[in-house]
Every structure is written in structure tokens, then in C-alpha cells.
Design a protein around this ligand. Structure first.
Ligand SMILES: Cc1ncc(C[n+]2csc(CCOP(=O)(O)OP(=O)(O)O)c2C)c(N)n1
Ligand SMILES: [Mg+2]
Length: 683
């Protein structure tokens, strides 16, 4: 192999990276210039993809962890033709395809949104699991590798503990990680914050580790070749790289290994931009070019990629003709098609906790929705994902015949893995834990919403009615936090999140129907620990009534004529409102309308007429929520009032807490009477 051309291509990447940042007057050149040699060898000699069909499902994946190294990614993707010079000249500009940190865009070769350090490589672990899951079902002909690049920041992030542990535990031989180890991070040298032996750490987790000169093409090639031959273990290549490789000063002295090149144009950092570009073989006046010999080199490389992909596609055709049933199933998985599911067939136990009802649905879906992978962060018997587990088995080292991931106690890792499963394609990822620990998952939930990935979260133990476990385990502000995402739009202009808090077992069935139908955004199910009474039947069946939850909110019970008061809640508080309404009727003869609002975000998208019918503007509205009152404020409106919880919870049996905190029918009665009286007395 001619390494002068490999080094030339890497220099070209360095020139383009430095120029992109210089041109944008902002960005991160140093890391990109150091990682250029690896990314060039990876893309030119190892990564299988089809330049004419970037979304080819059997392509190798590359997940970038340090999104700030985006210039490196955009530069290599320019050499491979996915970006034009104009694209990279618009680096970091309004609506350009080259945002500061990469944003998921498979057609352009960007497999993941990155920037929050640590999440990118955890997504790669998810993608590697997805690949094993699919290859187990459809055959090794569709096997591919998942590569990822991590930097000092990602190695230090806590999530790397979970990702490293699980990849090692599961023996993901299809996963190859390059660690761009340049001894420098944003504010300091790495030696000012860590003395760990990273190689030993990963070895202890069951990885195969090699340490190389990360700027030496031959060593990179050899390490990648060996990693490709490893089976049963993920590989870590620790590449000792040089931050800002190639940078020189006005006087021509080396200006490498400088943390100042981490996050500003090299000219600002202390290097000479023009001297550096010149030395690297570029034209400082006109740097946005592919060197002629590099262009030629990549013409051949891309031809090879096309040939490889073409041969693989032929193999696929043969397999498809020999296995038409499996081929259809595989296509359905990849297209996100769901099988026909009649949710009416699901028999719920009477007055079940909604987490239990969710477990029943999961048991029904297991074996029917064959590409669902369900995970739990060591709470499967509490969050009731065990309803699914009972019908399948957990992944083990080298055995992906089951559909369940025991993630261990690592909520953020689990959530990021789910993003990787979804980003890979072909999988419906679902994961569960206690709602209070959604706080640990939030960074990955946010990225799922940004990337428009249809991950499903099962968050049980949704309120203070967790009881004796006390305030550490009782979510209060979590619903308000998560519903904030319901108010936000993604870049497709749609609501970026769906949060569903079903009021009884049948509504939980409908919530699952909605979650599966929501293919363009993540969905959360907020589920009760305690039993909740089934809501009354108004129409032909509770199922038919509960279907109205698909509008976000609906009338559960309504007295004849104009209501005196409308009562609104979600989840288990709806049943409490029913008690309160009975007292209001019995004692005062009031006409009451009770509304179950499973999702405010969805409700606000309904036609105005419908919204006004469910929550009329001129009628007093009383809201009840076990969360912060703000959760209900949008629904009850400016004139309405809400009874919520304005403090942390307390350790006590939940029925005692209901009494003490005012979540009883009696207190609903009292608060509503007080409210109506205050309205009447208003001048
Ligand atoms: C979760 C998270 N925390 C903090 C940051 C801000 N940040 C960006 S890069 C970086 C550290 C950079 O060090 P390294 O990963 O070694 O990259 P290099 O400087 O070598 O390019 C930090 C703290 C971030 N992007 N994500
Ligand atoms: Mg670094």
C-alpha cells in the first residue's frame, strides 16, 4: 500500500478541516487534524458503503462520538463525494448540510447526531446489537461492522462505563472503536484530570485492545485489519494522535499539541493559517480543493466500494429468491411496517395498575411484533417489561436469538443504546425504568427527539404513590419536564415528543397502540405502580371509549346538560376525580364533566371545536395532578385551578399520602366547592 497517498489524503482532510473552521470563523480544527489519518484509512480501505446508495441497509456504520470533530467527517465525506465544496464552504451556516455538530443524515453519510460527548459511541453499541439481532434472524450474508471514534471527552463521560461494559459483556465482535487519544481536552491536558490506564479498563470489560501511533497509516491499517478478524470481542484501537497535526507558526516552527487549537480557527489559536495550509499542500488563498492525486485515488476507491456493494446486493437477491418469506419480513422490519395487530384482543385484568396493563400488552406484542427489542435497567419485574421477557429471553454473549436486553443499572447508556438501535434501522426499541430515573436518561431522550427516532420509554412508578420508598423515588417535576418536549417541534416542524399517561388498563392498551403508530418521534408511557380502578363504560365498550385517547383528551363521564364544572386529570388521578364527582353530585346536585387527558401536546393539535367540547371555555375547570401544578395549567386555562403537588414527596404508605396530600375524592369535592364559591363571589 502506498502510504504517501494515504498521508496526502489525510493532509487534504487537514487542509479542508482547517479551512472550514477558518472560513466559518468558528469550530474545532485541532482534533479533526489529528484524527485525519484514521478517518482516511477507515473510509478508503475498510468501511463498506455504496456511494450511489448511502442508505444501503447492509453498509458498515460509522458513529462519530465527538461531534466537535465534524470538520474531519465532512472532509472525508467530501473526498467520497457525499458533500460538495460549496457544502463545506458553508460549514456552520444557516440551513447548510454541514452544521457545527453533525446531525443525523444517512443520505449524506451521517449516521448519528453527535455533540453531547459519550452518546455517539453508545449509539454504536446499539447499532452493533441491532446488526447481531438482524443477522441472527436473516443470516450472516447481511453482517456488517460498526465503527466508532471516541475522544478523551467520551472516554471520560460516565456513559462510557455502561457502553464499554455491555459491549464487552455481549461480546460484540462486530464493533470496532478508535480512541483518538491526543492527551488534550477542552480546558486542560488529560493528565490534569485522569491517571487511568484506559487499555486495562477496556480489557477488564472484555475488549481486545491495541495501542498504536494514530497518525501512522500502516499502524492504523494493521490495527483495523486485526480488529476485523477478531470475533467474540469488541475491539478498541487506542490511537496516540497529535492534536492540530501539521500546524506551524509564521516562523515555520511546529504548533502541534496545543489545546488552543481545540475550539477556534488555527490562526486565532496561535498558528499561521497560510503557512500551515501551504505546508500541508494546499493553497491558502483557495484551499477548498481535492488534491488531483487524492481525487484520482478516491475514484478508484469508490469504484471498489461500488463493486463490493454490487456483489453484496447480488447475494441478497439470491437469498431473497430462496427465502421469500424471510425477505418480506426483513423488508417490513426495515421499512418500519407493523404487522396487523388487533388491540381489542388484549384482555386486561380488572382494576390493574397501568404498569401491569403495559406488561400485559407487551406479552401480547412479544412474538407478534418480531422486531421489537425491549430493555430494562435492572427493573424488569417492577416496570413490567417482564411481560415481554416471559415470552422471549435476554441477549447473551454471542446469542441474539432473544429480544430482551438486560441493560443493568445504566439508564443513560440504555437510552443511548436505544437511539443506536433505532438509527441502525429495522428495530423497534423499547426501554423501561422508574419514571424518577428518567432524569438519568434525559440527554439521550433529547437526542432521540432531535433525531426523530421512534424509541419507546416505559416509565413506571409515575407519582408519589410509589409510597414507602419516599421522595427519592417519587417523581414530582418529571412529568412537567418531559411534557416540555411535547411543546417543542423537531426540524420536520412536528411535535418532537409524545408523552402518554393512561388512566386505566384499557387506556394503557390504547397508549401502546399510539406508541407503535408514532413512527417519527419518541413516545413515553407514564405508568402507575398502584392499582387503578377501570373507568366506566359509556359507549359500546371501554375499549371503544378509550380509543378516544388518540385525540389526546376525551370526556370520560358527563352528566346531562351544561356542566357546572369540568374536572381534568391524567393517569390515576382520573379515577380520583370520579370519586370527587360523585360527592359533588350527591351532596350538591352539580353537573360534572370528567376529562382524561393522556397527552396535552396531542390534544392541542385537535380541531378547536373538539377542544372546546372537551374543555369548554366558559365553564369552571378544575385540574388534578400528582405532579407539579404546572403540568395541568395549560389544560385548565387561565381561569381554572389545579390541585397538584408543590413539594418533594414523603415516605409513607401511598393511601396515607393520598389523604395527607389531598388526593382523595373528598378533597376534590372540597377544593371544587371552594373554587366555585370564589368564582361566585367575584365582583
Ligand atoms: C456532554 C458534554 N459535555 C461537555 C461538552 C463540551 N466539550 C466539547 S469537546 C470537550 C472536550 C474535548 O476533549 P476531547 O474529547 O479530547 O477532544 P479534543 O480536544 O481532543 O478535540 C468538551 C468538554 C460536550 N460537547 N458534551
Ligand atoms: Mg483530546
Amino acid at each position: 500500500m502506498n502510504d504517501s497517498i494515504a498521508s496526502k489524503a489525510a493532509d487534504n482532510i487537514r487542509v479542508l478541516s482547517a479551512a472550514m473552521v477558518e472560513n466559518a470563523k468558528s469550530g474545532h480544527p485541532g482534533g479533526a487534524m489529528g484524527g485525519a489519518d484514521f478517518i482516511n484509512i477507515l473510509y478508503s480501505e475498510f468501511l463498506h458503503f455504496d456511494p450511489d446508495d448511502m442508505a444501503w441497509p447492509n453498509r458498515d456504520r460509522f458513529f462519530l462520538d465527538p461531534g466537535h470533530m465534524s470538520p474531519m467527517l465532512y472532509a472525508i465525506l467530501t473526498l467520497t463525494g457525499a458533500y460538495s465544496m460549496e457544502d463545506i464552504m458553508n460549514f456552520r451556516q444557516w440551513k447548510s448540510p454541514t452544521p457545527g455538530h453533525p446531525e443525523l443524515n444517512v443520505q449524506r453519510g451521517v449516521e448519528n447526531t453527535s455533540g453531547p460527548l459519550g452518546q455517539g459511541h453508545a449509539m454504536a453499541v446499539g447499532a452493533a446489537i441491532a446488526e447481531r439481532f438482524l443477522a441472527t434472524r436473516f443470516g450472516e450474508w447481511m453482517a456488517h461492522k460498526t465503527y466508532t471514534l471516541i475522544s478523551d471527552g467520551g472516554i471520560q463521560e460516565e456513559i462510557s462505563q455502561g457502553a464499554g461494559r455491555l459491549a464487552g459483556f455481549l461480546g460484540l465482535g462486530n464493533l470496532i472503536m478508535f480512541y483518538d487519544s491526543n492527551d488534550i481536552q477542552l480546558s486542560t491536558g488529560t493528565n490534569e484530570v485522569t491517571c487511568e490506564d484506559t487499555a486495562k479498563k477496556y480489557e477488564a470489560w472484555g475488549w481486545k485492545v491495541t495501542t498504536i501511533d494514530g497518525n501512522n497509516p500502516e499502524e492504523i491499517r494493521k490495527a483495523l485489519k486485526e480488529a476485523n478478524e477478531v470475533s467474540g470481542k469488541p475491539s478498541l484501537i487506542i490511537g496516540r494522535t497529535i492534536m492540530g497535526k501539521g500546524c506551524i507558526t509564521e516562523e515555520g516552527k511546529p504548533f502541534e499539541k496545543q489545546s488552543s487549537t481545540h475550539g477556534m480557527p488555527i490562526s486565532k489559536a496561535g498558528a499561521s493559517y497560510s503557512k500551515t495550509i501551504e505546508k500541508l499542500g494546499g493553497d491558502p488563498e483557495d484551499p477548498f480543493h481535492i488534491f488531483p492525486e487524492v481525487k484520482e485515488y478516491f475514484v478508484n476507491i469508490l469504484e471498489e466500494k461500488r463493486k463490493f456493494a454490487g456483489a453484496k446486493k447480488e447475494e441478497q437477491k439470491k437469498w431473497e429468491s430462496q427465502n421469500p418469506g424471510l425477505a418480506k419480513k426483513r423488508n417490513d422490519f426495515l421499512a418500519g411496517h407493523l404487522p396487523e395487530i388487533d388491540f381489542r384482543e388484549i384482555i386486561q385484568k380488572e382494576n390493574a395498575p397501568t404498569r401491569g396493563a403495559s406488561g400485559t400488552v407487551l406479552g401480547f406484542l412479544a412474538g407478534r411484533v418480531e422486531n421489537m427489542i425491549v430493555a430494562s435497567a435492572d427493573l424488569s419485574n417492577s416496570d413490567k417489561t417482564d411481560g415481554f421477557l416471559a415470552k422471549t429471553k435476554a441477549f447473551k454473549r454471542g446469542d441474539f436469538t432473544g429480544s430482551f436486553l438486560q441493560a443493568g443499572v445504566s439508564e443513560l447508556t440504555m437510552a443511548a443504546l436505544m437511539n443506536g438501535l433505532a438509527a441502525h434501522g429495522g428495530i423497534i426499541p423499547v426501554c423501561g425504568t422508574f419514571f424518577v430515573f428518567s432524569d438519568y436518561m434525559k440527554p439521550a431522550v433529547r437526542l432521540a427527539a432531535l433525531m426523530e427516532l421512534p424509541v419507546k420509554y416505559i416509565w413506571s412508578h409515575d407519582a408519589f404513590r410509589v409510597g414507602e420508598d419516599g421522595p427519592t423515588h417519587q417523581p414530582v417535576e418529571q412529568e412537567a419536564q418531559i411534557r416540555l418536549l411535547e411543546k417543542m417541534k423537531n426540524h420536520s416542524g412536528k411535535r418532537c415528543f409524545l408523552a402518554l399517561r393512561p388512566a386505566d388498563a384499557t387506556e394503557t392498551t390504547i397508549a401502546w397502540k399510539m406508541a407503535l403508530a408514532n413512527k417519527e418521534a419518541p413516545t413515553a408511557l407514564l405508568l402507575s405502580r398502584q392499582a387503578v380502578n377501570d373507568l366506566p363504560v359509556n359507549g359500546s365498550s371501554r375499549f371503544e371509549d378509550a380509543l378516544q385517547a388518540e385525540k389526546g383528551a376525551y370526556i370520560v363521564q358527563k352528566d346531562e346538560g351544561e356542566p357546572d364544572v369540568v374536572l381534568v386529570a391524567s393517569g390515576s388521578e382520573v379515577a380520583t376525580l370520579l370519586y370527587g364527582a360523585k360527592i359533588l353530585r350527591d351532596k350538591k346536585g352539580l353537573k360534572v364533566q370528567i376529562v382524561s387527558a393522556i397527552s396535552e401536546g396531542l390534544f392541542r393539535e385537535q380541531p378547536g371545536d373538539y377542544q372546546k367540547k372537551v374543555i369548554p371555555e366558559e365553564v369552571p375547570v378544575f385540574g388534578l395532578t400528582a405532579g407539579l401544578p404546572v403540568t395541568m395549567q395549560g389544560l385548565v386555562g387561565p381561569k381554572g385551578i389545579t390541585w397538584g403537588l408543590e413539594s418533594f414527596g414523603f415516605s409513607a404508605p401511598y393511601k396515607v399520602l393520598d389523604e395527607k396530600l389531598g388526593f382523595t375524592g373528598e378533597n376534590v369535592y372540597e377544593q371544587v366547592m371552594k373554587y366555585l364559591k370564589a368564582i361566585k363571589e367575584k365582583p
